[in-house]
Unconditional design. Structure first.
Lengths: 477, 217, 306
């Protein structure tokens, strides 16, 4: 029942929404789906020992963590979409009637990724997220959005095909050990992991890391990400950054769990650390002197995905840090994209050089941008500070040089981001002030996100901290 | 029956070669349809003889693969070609001669790879793994060496076919709902790509993806 | 002894008939009656009765061309088993010699064409050379596939070790070899889609343009030589598809004739239904055949070791 609410119900609502021409009705459906989803997720928290329904649906703490993130962000994005769709300035060419159905399907696929432990089904769900979100990226019917959507579709599909190959390789590796067929469910694969054929297991992890890593935005395969995030509507960018990348990361973590169970995780950890550091470095290089603020946030997402991969790769306490980082980053980045949406609506451009005097024209958004910028950069006392600090500590302990590189890159990213965003806040804008009042919903959601990331830093509820610890425990942390 | 699997796989290898060698877009699509049909027959040939086969499962998979890979997707792609007014010749960035030679080289590499990565349980037929690798690599070759969006779709199809052949080693382990889900994803993916190609041709006049390079840092 | 006589008789008498069958097939497709089956014999007989004209600029190479070319083809026919799996002149390594004899014949045809000093014929020779390069690997690789089961480079050993190739369905390598050999056969004998034996359009001719200056008996030798070449390569292909064992006697002869006729009809069908390739596409066609033969070789080796 609860899984039906999580997966099937949004998909059905999406179908209904496809046939409504009225934007208000569609938005109501969206909100109903999002709230029910959050309620169901909340109910799942009350069950201590996970839930298993069939070979399709099975929930563990890791899945619950990412499901919760998805659910909260989705509700926030739905609320934020209301002013966006009702009186947004998305031009004459946009296609609002596709927006709500695709968004709901997107939710359905992401929920399936979090609630299944069958690797092939998870693959299908991840591919489903690509297909559901591609039309969302092409929401503004213009050339650049089309280009972004095409790159997103093709690169991610090819990446995902490699991930499927990795999944099959895992199945092949499992045939070495058992007389009975292991299937492709996580638990059975983990039980036969110690006797798996090692070369195939390693090849499987490499393919999964490359394949799902494409979707997650890890460095050499990240090229679609800035284009897509900068061209998609802001609520979609928030979901892509805050929820989708996490789902892809979850898929990689499933493979990593099997590597741990096989007792030969050193290889996987080295790969994760390498990819993580490369991602952070590449993102930093593009963040400094970035000319487009939405691309800036996209590169920041790549950086933070790199931090998470690094944290998991380092092991020990850093895994807990990575889980914490996933939570803080999602909340914070969603808020940033919401603010970016407000800025884009006011100034009509994503070019940094055309945005000046933000504090004067949009006082609330301006302040929120400053706060969230400090938060994402890792300034205390926000949540990201603590998670990055934990990862840094572990890094210094095991590989001192790695810690130094890590903290240097973080500093570069923070300064680079400040250097791009601060000029936007100050000065006075050349274009005449339109004196439009900021709508309540468009500032409430980023405000909630900013409060959330602050709260995470100041006081971590024991329930959440316990969940994070248990999730890290699954990943050898 | 199993003996004929190798012939089917040879047909797959030859169609790879043909897709790389031909200068006509429509021949590419036709060859990929033939490849799809060969792949649909493959499970039938591989698994009808031997241990506990679920005949119904097998029939569903074969029919589904045949319908999607050999009929629906080729129709979708050729409709996209027709409606988008695509130029009918492929536009390779590597000359066709060298792409054929490269495809041959990739085939050799695939044979070498299959001797390095040895299946824990012997494969149902010798050619399965090398041809799977070759199809995968040829897909990447098409993806990299062609400039049109349509040919990228065909490259993606080849990659998927390569993965499908690998999947045959696992035919007993994977429940069929999943296989159908995978096929469905592929179908919807191609469908969405077809729509995108239509939009691209409308917006940009033609669909060389070199035009799609305005977004960069 | 009888076998040798049969072999030589087949080799000498039959080749022009193959041309006749091809032409009949093509006529049937075009809805014509076409020339009689024995037309090639009449042509050759007519040419043999005529005198030859030699340009003053040509040297002995021009006169030697047709004779050496025909001679090497006939030698190739003597080392290739026809109606059984033994040949009059078979020895270990004859497979290599066979390929080189074909090369020698082509070389002398080209040399004679160049000897005329005409730019036109030189162009034909250059095309022939350019297309021979990608066809050669296809031929060698296919021969290598065929020789793998016997592990010996001789036709006799190869044919006797060859399983009943395609009929078990278990030998994709031989199928690849057969397809590649068919492509080589079309290319070597200037057939569509590589060249058109009937064309006299200067832009597209390859083989015909090289032999324009030959006349009388010389031209008869060339005509006869190309018929023998077709016959010999077709016989090779027949053996790959349907290895004829030793001591079948007249049954073997019948099998060979049936095979040759089937191939001739197939060529006729191809010529009537397939369009000629653009000149720039021809090397690609042949490279494709070579790569296919390479795949076949890989399969054969892979199966051999595994």
């Amino acid at each position: 029942m609860v899984f039906a609410v999580l997966v099937a119900f949004p998909a059905l609502l999406g179908l209904v929404a496809l046939y409504t021409r009225n934007v208000r009705v569609a938005l109501t459906l969206l909100l109903v789906g999002a709230s029910l989803h959050l309620l169901a997720t909340g109910w799942l928290w009350t069950i201590p020992a996970g839930l298993e329904l069939s070979w399709m649906f099975k929930l563990d703490v890791l899945g619950l963590l990412f499901l919760t993130l998805t659910s909260i962000l989705f509700l926030a994005a739905s609320l934020y979409s209301i002013p966006y769709l009702m009186h947004g300035t998305h031009g004459e060419q946009a296609a609002p009637h596709r927006f709500v159905p695709c968004l709901l399907w997107f939710l359905s696929c992401m929920s399936l990724v979090a609630t299944t432990q069958h690797l092939a089904l998870m693959w299908a769900a991840v591919e489903g997220t690509t297909l559901a979100s591609a039309p969302l990226v092409y929401f503004y019917r213009r050339k650049s959005a089309l280009e972004a959507a095409w790159k997103y579709l093709l690169l991610c599909s090819v990446g995902i095909a490699l991930a499927l190959l990795g999944t099959f390789f895992l199945g092949i590796a499992a045939t070495a050990s058992s007389q009975t067929h292991a299937g492709l469910s996580l638990s059975s694969l983990m039980s036969v992991a110690p006797t798996m054929a090692k070369p195939w297991l390693k090849a499987a992890f490499v393919l999964a890391l490359v394949g799902y890593g494409t979707k997650m935005g890890l460095a050499p395969m990240h090229t679609w990400l800035p284009d897509t995030h900068s061209q998609a509507p802001s609520p979609v960018s928030a979901l892509l950054s805050g929820a989708l990348l996490n789902c892809a990361f979850l898929a990689i973590l499933r493979f990593y769990q099997i590597c741990i169970a096989s007792g030969d995780a050193a290889f996987a950890r080295t790969l994760l650390i390498t990819m993580g550091i490369i991602s952070i470095a590449v993102a930093c290089a593009f963040m400094v002197r970035q000319r487009d603020y939405k691309r800036l946030f996209a590169y920041s997402s790549i950086e933070n995905m790199g931090i998470m991969a690094l944290g998991v790769g380092l092991g020990g306490m850093a895994v807990y840090g990575a889980m914490f980082h996933a939570v803080s980053h999602s909340v914070c980045k969603a808020g940033l994209f919401f603010v970016a949406g407000n800025v884009l609506r006011e100034f009509g451009t994503t070019r940094v050089s055309d945005v000046r005097g933000l504090i004067q024209r949009l006082p609330v958004s301006g302040v929120l941008l400053t706060i969230l910028m400090l938060a994402i950069g890792g300034a205390p006392p926000f949540g990201l500070f603590w998670s990055e600090f934990i990862i840094f500590q572990t890094a210094i302990g095991s590989h001192p040089w790695l810690g130094v590189v890590f903290v240097t890159l973080l500093a570069i990213a923070f300064l680079g981001m400040g250097g791009v965003l601060l000029p936007m806040l100050q000065g006075s804008s050349a274009s005449p002030v339109q004196n439009r009042k900021e709508s309540t919903l468009s500032v409430v959601t980023p405000l909630a996100m900013a409060c959330g990331v602050l709260a995470l830093g100041v006081y971590l509820p024991p329930v959440l901290s316990d969940l994070l610890h248990r999730a890290a425990g699954l990943l050898g942390g | 029956m199993k003996d004929y699997a190798d012939l089917l796989l040879l047909l797959v290898a030859v169609s790879n070669l043909y897709i790389v060698a031909t200068s006509r877009l429509n021949s590419c699509v036709r060859a990929s349809a033939i490849q799809g049909a060969a792949l649909a027959l493959l499970p039938l040939v591989l698994w009808t003889s031997g241990f506990n086969v679920q005949l119904f499962h097998l029939a569903v998979i074969c029919a589904g693969t045949l319908a999607i890979k050999a009929i629906v997707i080729p129709i979708l792609v050729s409709r996209a070609i027709r409606e988008a007014n695509v130029r009918r010749e492929v536009d390779p960035s590597v000359s066709l001669h060298s792409s054929v030679l490269l495809a041959g080289l990739l085939m050799g590499i695939s044979f070498w790879m299959s001797t390095v990565l040895v299946l824990p349980r012997p494969a149902p037929t010798m050619l399965l793994v090398p041809v799977a690798f070759a199809t995968l690599l040829t897909g990447f070759l098409v993806l990299i060496s062609r400039r049109q969006a349509i040919t990228h779709v065909i490259g993606y199809l080849l990659i998927e076919n390569g993965v499908f052949i690998f999947g045959q080693t696992l035919a007993r382990e994977v429940p069929f709902a999943v296989e159908l889900g995978i096929l469905l994803d592929l179908l919807v993916g191609i469908f969405v790509m077809g729509i995108a190609i239509n939009h691209i041709s409308r917006e940009f006049d033609h669909i060389d993806t070199e035009l799609l390079s305005t977004l960069k840092d | 002894m009888l076998e040798i006589v049969i072999h030589i008789a087949l080799l000498i008498l039959f080749p022009p008939l193959v041309l006749g069958v091809i032409n009949k097939t093509k006529s049937w497709f075009a809805g014509r009656n076409g020339p009689p089956l024995l037309q090639a014999y009449f042509d050759i007989a007519k040419l043999l009765r005529k005198g030859a004209v030699y340009s003053r600029t040509t040297s002995w190479v021009f006169r030697a061309g047709p004779i050496v070319s025909l001679g090497s083809i006939l030698c190739a026919g003597l080392i290739l088993p026809l109606a059984s799996n033994v040949a009059p002149l078979g020895f270990t390594g004859d497979v290599i010699l066979f390929a080189y004899l074909l090369g020698l014949s082509r070389f002398f045809t080209m040399a004679a064409a160049l000897d005329t000093g005409s730019a036109f014929e030189g162009m034909g020779a250059s095309r022939e050379a350019a297309f021979a390069v990608p066809a050669e690997p296809a031929l060698f690789l296919s021969l290598a596939i065929v020789c793998i089961p016997a592990k010996a480079a001789s036709f006799q050993a190869a044919w006797s070790a060859l399983p009943w190739a395609l009929w078990g369905g278990a030998h994709p390598a031989y199928l690849a070899a057969a397809i590649a050999l068919f492509a080589v056969m079309l290319a070597e004998n200037s057939r569509i889609p590589v060249d058109d034996p009937n064309t006299h359009l200067e832009l597209t001719m390859i083989h015909e343009v090289m032999v324009l200056d030959h006349s009388g008996p010389d031209f008869a030798f060339i005509l006869y030589g190309s018929a023998v070449k077709l016959f010999v390569i077709a016989a090779l292909l027949v053996h790959v598809l349907l290895p004829i064992p030793e001591h079948l006697g007249w049954t073997g002869v019948a099998l060979l004739c049936l095979g040759e006729a089937a191939l001739a009809i197939l060529i006729g069908v191809v010529e009537s239904t397939v369009a000629r390739l653009r000149l720039t596409r021809v090397p690609q066609f042949l490279i494709g055949a070579s790569v296919l033969a390479g795949i076949g070789l890989a399969i054969a080796l892979y199966r051999g070791t595994a």
